[in-house]
Design a protein around this ligand. Structure first.
Ligand code: ADP
Length: 391
């Protein structure tokens, strides 16, 4: 805007120029997509953008001339005047030009997180401050949901990994226990044929050892039953939502590793009967494995997550990668525990996936892609809205 010198001497032209400047400011405040608030040096609101009106729930007419502290919750509300005074006397910048996450308060008293950047403007010997506000509500909701999900799934996977280990151990320990019990029975039979004090003591000791072997077997059986029962809670769930949540979690860092992700969702594969956390755990395991294998090689890095409805009231979920494919030494035992090619791997992920999918009445398998890479697939039972809390 150029203001000719003569306007200083010409009050009419000056007023016109001022009016034009004001109209321009008004039009900016009405159209700018950001929430913007202009205050003077005493904290009085001069102007606010339409987006700010919507965000805080006040109209410009109601709030103009009021102190900006009205848009803040305690303790800033009480202290804002002194913040301003301190800045004007010391020039010490705590937020101006820096930007910070603070809390705003709407007209109805509710508060929300916002990112505030403040710009300073001097006109003559007056100060004005312009606040640019970004509402962080959605971002924080997403972040906290993600954290929640992550801790649920991590907790669950530790629990399941423990269960899987217990089950494998139970199976492995049961065999030697049975052998011990059989040997002891043999000893008992032999000892019955021998007379004398030492034989009696021995018979007693062997019988006690046999009891203990039985007891150990019993404990192991109880453990297996507990693991087999699991804590599964199946409900009618939206499959696309399940996949969206699990992928958000599993795909953290994927983009940075150059992995292109695509979704091929069958719109008719909508509702499934599932324990949400457990199925998310399956998806997270499969997606993380796919990312791991692709980041190991320099080839194409394409991950595709898909769904498909089958004729038999099941849906098929697939996770396909363009990695190096299955190592021959693990291919035959892939879904068994402790099978891994990773230095830090436990080899429990896929066996947990199998346990979970089979507990849901589904199947899990893997196919090699002719073009390289693998596709893991699993099935789930489809559900209808009214089936809630089935089985
Ligand atoms: P872990 O990840 O701890 O090794 P898993 O049971 O999840 O345990 O995986 C077992 C093994 O299966 C891996 O070590 C890897 O060799 C192989 N594997 C899993 N997913 C893939 C995949 N998408 N492509 C190639 N190999 C895979």
């Amino acid at each position: 805007m150029s203001v000719p010198m003569r306007t200083e001497r010409d009050p009419v032209a000056l007023a016109t120029a001022l009016e034009a400047a004001e109209a321009r400011l008004l039009s900016i405040m009405q159209t700018v997509p950001d929430a913007m608030i202009i205050i003077d040096e005493s904290g009085r609101i001069e102007s606010l953008s339409t987006t700010a009106e919507r965000l805080f729930g006040y109209s410009l007419d109601e709030i103009a001339g009021k102190n900006i502290k009205q848009l803040m919750p305690a303790p800033h509300r009480e202290q804002h005047d002194s913040y301003l005074k301190r800045y004007l006397t010391t020039g010490e910048r705590r937020i101006i030009g820096i930007g910070r996450v603070v809390v705003g308060q709407r007209r109805d008293g509710t508060t929300f997180p916002m990112h505030l950047t403040i710009g300073e403007l001097r006109s003559g010997n007056k100060h004005y401050f312009t606040g640019f506000i970004r509402d962080l509500t959605d971002q924080q909701v997403t972040e906290s949901r993600l954290n929640e999900l992550q801790s649920e799934v991590t907790h669950m996977s530790r629990f399941t990994a423990l269960g899987e280990m217990a089950s494998t151990l139970a199976h492995e320990i049961n065999q030697p226990l049975t052998a011990i019990a059989n040997y002891l029975k043999g000893c008992q039979r032999l000892l019955e044929r021998i007379d004398g004090e030492p034989a009696l003591v021995l018979r007693d000791a062997v019988s006690k050892a046999a009891d203990q072997a039985l007891r150990a077997g019993h404990i192991i059986r109880r453990l297996r039953e507990f693991v087999a029962r699991g804590e599964s809670e199946r409900r009618v769930e939206s499959l696309p939502k399940l996949i969206e949540d699990a992928s958000t979690l599993a795909l953290i860092g994927a983009k940075e590793n150059g992995i292109a992700v695509s979704f091929r969702m069958d719109p008719s594969a909508a509702l499934v009967l599932a324990d949400r956390i457990q199925i998310q755990q399956v998806l997270v395991n499969l997606i993380r494995n796919a990312i791991d294998i692709m980041t190991e090689s320099s080839g194409r890095r394409e991950l595709e997550i898909g769904t498909m409805t089958n004729a038999d009231e099941t849906v098929e979920v697939s996770v396909s990668d363009t990695g190096a494919g299955l190592a021959p030494e693990v291919a035959a035992h892939l879904f068994q525990p402790f099978v891994t090619t990773k230095r830090k791997g436990m080899g429990l992920g896929l066996s947990i996936c199998r346990t979970i999918v089979e507990a849901h009445g589904g199947k899990i398998w893997v196919d090699a892609k002719p073009s390289g890479g693998t596709i893991f697939r699993f099935t789930l039972r489809t559900a209808r809205e009214e089936m809630d809390l089935a089985e």
